[in-house]
Design a protein around this ligand. Sequence first.
Ligand code: ZN
Length: 270
Amino acid sequence: MRTTAVLFALAALSPTPSTADPALDALVAAYPDHLARYQGNDLIWKDGTRMPIADGRAEKTFQQLIEQPDIKDQFGFRYPLGAEVKPPALNEDPGRIRFEPFFLKMYGDCRKGEVGKRLKPVAWMPKRGGGRLNVTTVNNVDERLAAVVQDLETLPAEMTKYLVPPAGTYNCRDILNTARRSAHAFGAALDINPKQADYWEFLRNRSGTFAWRNRVPGTIGEVFERHGFIWGAKWFHIDSMHFEYRPELIGLANQNKADRNDRPGIELSR
Ligand SMILES: [Zn+2]
């Protein structure tokens, strides 16, 4: 009873008790340099900019989610954390849905020269001859990637062939066969060695379908996830060389994991 009373008291103090949303909480927490809070249907940036969270359109098809998403749609698929990589359900692409204005505002527009000046070279697998990769300094992505590299270099030597040589990072381009900006255009994504990787567009047969497969070990993905990067091997539309900095999805997934571990039923059954 006392706990209930405390919870009610806390709810009364909170400025937006009825609109608390774990996904939006994760979003604001993931980008502390840029985002201030959310209120109603507005995501409020630290510079005062307001962006609509939901566009109010009813049920979208998968193609509409990919081509015309809103901020809320980015969280439509739950990102599965961990080294175990299972074939996702049809169209299950957590992180592939991106509301472009959000990323343009945060990282800049490469076509206006706003991204290039924020890039910094990071040594990629220096102990294994990986060269350098240019990534953005926005959200300290360069430092996060350096932390990934430090962890990856503790992995056994047989992992090197998946990582070196890398296929690149920053590239001011659209996604293949689309008019949508690639995550690489923001300097916050990188591709490891394509020789060991699979991309759904290249797996497609003449009828347009494809058999999902992944050959990159999950231990590599798990290292990236630890530092806020999602992995394209967790997508139905697989892109297993691709990693991008999406701490909001990792944060929400960690939160869901913690909630599951907190369930009293699970505690009691141990
Ligand atoms: Zn990529």
